[in-house]
Write a protein of this length. Structure first.
Length: 252
């Protein structure tokens, strides 16, 4: 009986390890390696999350917190791309491009965008969709979709659907206890605890998703980079109460 239990335990560990295996970067980012884009334009954020009907000051503050976090999600997406060696038009240039665009976000995602390549020298467009916010007494969750589309071929070179959660411990009064990093963020930007949690959550999620891209032309790739595991297309990211991060693959 003991041998049987040991065998079952080993089998479960093997199956768990097998399920955690991810595609290698060379395979997962096949189109991106082939096209080697240099310039990535970040399209205006598609914020689909629900706002409250404003009846009280609390409703207004809640909506403002979501607005600030959405802006943080958009503005902090460029840094990981630049870190990986891509050129990203700055906020002013991006705003000018968006102001002259007559197509909807849905059209940009699905129709011909070769004019971005021929007229503006943009090789790929990153689309970020903020789908939903949820929260409990001490946790904040967000669902975000990322898609990177080639302007030359129209191919989708990246697609990620992520559910991310940030959890805080409770203090002796059963109130959420922010981490030192949360307090520092709140002090720096003059925002409340809830807004700080949302902003830090989306900033960390951006880093995790976009720093997984292969190195661009302006960065030096390692010899083993192409053969390292890529992040899964669908995953859950959890920022624990102690600040550590856990990643787990999820089904579509």
């Amino acid at each position: 009986m003991r041998r049987y239990r040991t065998y079952i335990g080993i089998l479960l560990l093997v199956l768990a390890a097998a399920s955690c295996k991810s595609e290698k970067r060379l395979s997962y980012y096949n189109d991106l390696y082939r096209e080697q884009p240099a310039t990535i334009y970040i399209a205006p954020l598609a914020d689909m999350s629900m706002r409250r009907v404003v009846r009280t000051t609390e409703d207004s503050l809640f909506n403002q917190s979501l607005n600030t976090a959405a802006q943080q999600l958009y503005l902090t997406a460029a840094d990981p791309l630049v870190y990986r060696g891509y050129y990203v038009p700055g906020p002013l240039a991006s705003a000018q491009i968006a102001a002259t665009e007559h197509r909807s976000g849905k059209q940009l995602r699905n129709e011909d965008i070769s004019d971005y390549h021929s007229l503006l020298g943009i090789d790929a467009v990153l689309f970020i969709t903020l789908k939903e916010w949820r929260q409990t007494a001490n946790s904040w969750s967000v669902e975000v979709e990322y898609a990177l589309r080639s302007t030359e071929t129209g191919h989708e070179m990246l697609h990620v659907d992520a559910h991310a959660t940030k959890t805080l411990p409770f203090d002796f009064k059963a109130s959420p206890l922010p981490l030192p990093e949360d307090r520092a963020f709140s002090d720096r930007y003059g925002c409340d605890l809830e807004t700080a949690q949302r902003c830090r959550l989306v900033e960390i999620l951006n880093r995790y998703v976009l720093k997984d891209l292969p190195s661009g032309r302006r960065a030096r790739a390692t010899a083993t980079e192409q053969y390292e595991p890529a992040h899964p297309e669908y995953f859950t990211l959890k920022i624990n109460a102690d600040g550590t991060v856990q990643i787990s693959k999820t089904d579509q």
